[in-house]
Design a protein around this ligand. Structure first.
Ligand code: SAM
Length: 217
């Protein structure tokens, strides 16, 4: 599915979010910059947009983009991401306790086992290292939630299909956002997966949330 949409992925992202995705990744990169990590692994990096936002804030950091879609990584490399690894986020090719920071934007939702994926991220982090998850969520305000659900299930598949020719990918997007644990459930999952200091920051009325957590020292 991700190979099939890779060619038009960036355009679809920017149009379907009305450009808000630049702001979301920029906010995520600002948070990561405050941790001053040296080695960063950006999981499910796709075409690399979070990795690029990170490298603008942290020009000295060593940022590696990981994805299991060769088409997505080819786009990321064409855009200038020099360190990429083709790998499954569920089985990372990194030693335990070897990186300072793991980021994952709009990727955790796609993993077959959220807890298993988070435990794998926890494994590769150094003690005291940080995790940042940027992910879609559902607004808490009922009226906003209803409007957003209409957009997710009625508008998004139609527009996504026009842009990429892959209607099912955008039907899947809405369904996976509905199924993904949000708010306190996500904070609980992070703590259960071995992280501490789990926090969430809602953006854009709650349609996106940034979760942060740390590996215990
Ligand atoms: C919605 S895109 C997000 C891309 C990018 N992080 C962004 O912010 O635009 C999801 C990405 O996750 C990747 N992905 C999904 N499951 C994966 C897995 N198990 N291991 C590695 N990458 C995965 C897909 O190939 C795709 O590039």
């Amino acid at each position: 599915m991700f190979n099939a949409i890779a060619r038009r992925y960036d355009l679809a992202n920017h149009l379907l979010s009305c450009g808000a995705d630049f702001y979301w990744r920029n906010r995520a990169a600002t948070i990561v910059a405050n941790w001053r990590p040296v080695q960063i692994v950006d999981l499910a990096t796709g075409t690399g947009d979070l990795a690029f936002a990170l490298s603008r804030k942290l020009p000295q950091a060593e940022i590696t983009g990981v994805d299991f879609s060769e088409e997505m990584l080819a786009r990321a490399r064409a855009k200038g991401l020099s360190r990429t690894i083709l790998a499954d986020a569920m089985q990372l090719p990194f030693a335990s306790a070897s990186v300072d920071c793991v980021t994952i934007a709009f990727g955790l939702r796609n993993l077959p086992d959220y807890g298993g994926g988070l435990r794998e991220m926890q494994r590769v982090l150094n003690p005291g290292g940080h995790l940042l998850v940027l992910e879609f969520s559902l607004p808490r305000v009922p009226m906003l939630r209803a409007i957003y659900r209409f957009y997710l299930h009625r508008c998004l598949p139609a527009v996504g299909s026009l842009l990429t020719g892959e209607r099912s990918a955008y039907q899947y997007l809405g369904d996976s956002i509905e199924q993904f644990p949000g708010g306190d459930a996500m904070l609980h999952l992070l703590e259960q997966s071995g992280f501490r200091d789990a926090r969430g920051e809602s953006l854009s009325g709650g349609i996106v949330t940034i979760y942060t957590a740390a590996k215990p020292l």
